[in-house]
Design a protein around this ligand. Structure first.
Ligand SMILES: [Zn+2]
Length: 192
């Protein structure tokens, strides 16, 4: 992890930009979790309003089961093939499209006017979040390897700095970049 990359304790402070990245990522994951776990709050009024179903009836119970079970299954299956998709189409493309799928589905689910449509949009929400997570972790792990493998000492444009970013851009901080990536990857099973 951080020590293995030769990061000295002087460089362990996180810079303001790295804090911004962490905060934005945390907000993103908070929204992901909210969108996935909001169902217990809305399932009863949604079934009564969209399906005109009475709580306790067999129809009501079977829809509750489906709304919990089917999107989770869809997310699990697509999460497993997410790695294959990132290899096939590229990590950035899959990450962007999965985020767009998730964002569109979560917003559209709020406008569903029937239960099958709500179920479908809940499935695409789960698929978006699951694939997004797989693509993001694969990309971060590859970035960590690329920065580690670079021959420079303190960071250079080929590993930690985008040459496209001009004005006042001098954060050639290899140690900081590796530390941030290690923190982001800490709870994943990606090899480092
Ligand atoms: Zn470098």
């Amino acid at each position: 992890m951080a020590d293995a990359s030769g990061v000295s304790s002087n460089n362990l402070r996180i810079t303001p930009i790295q804090w911004v990245i962490c905060v934005v990522a945390a907000i993103g994951f908070a929204f992901d979790i909210y969108a996935l776990l909001v169902l217990p709050l809305i399932v009863r009024p949604a079934l009564m309003e969209l399906g005109k179903l009475k709580p306790g009836t067999p129809d009501f119970n079977s829809w509750v089961g489906m709304l919990f079970y089917v999107p989770a299954m869809a997310g699990g299956v697509f999460g497993m093939i997410g790695g294959y998709l990132t290899d096939l189409f590229g990590r950035r493309r899959i990450l962007v499209w999965s985020i767009l799928l998730y964002a569109f589905s979560a917003a559209a689910a709020g406008y569903a006017t029937s239960l099958p449509v709500l179920l479908f949009l809940r499935c695409t929400t789960f698929i978006g979040v699951s694939v997004e997570f797989v693509a993001a972790v694969a990309w971060l792990a590859a970035t960590y390897d690329a920065v580690t493998a670079c021959e420079c000492l303190d960071g250079c444009p080929s590993c930690v700095q985008s040459p496209k970013c001009g004005n006042g851009n001098e954060p050639l901080d290899k140690a900081g970049a590796l530390r941030l990536l290690a923190v982001l990857l800490a709870d994943t099973d990606q090899p480092r």
